[in-house]
Design a protein. Sequence first.
Length: 94
Amino acid sequence: MEPVGKILRRVLKEHGLDRPKELKEIEIAWRDVAGPDVSAETSVLSFRKGVLTIGVSSAPLLSELTTYQREELLAALRARLPEPTVQDLGFRLR
């Protein structure tokens, strides 16, 4: 039999309730700013010390975001989220 605590953690995670409110707001902003095509292939990995790290599903998309869209996405996130302040945007292959 699985312990109740483990079941509860799994259920909370499945429903997105295991993440702090701040991170949920950032995830919503990322989906809005990135658009449906990019957000379907990416996910918010972390937000630490002002750096938002995005997981990317493929190397070509990682290159596209890092090289051509990073500054535009960062500016859009800053406009959309005055607090918490996103100071930098990083991408990582997941």
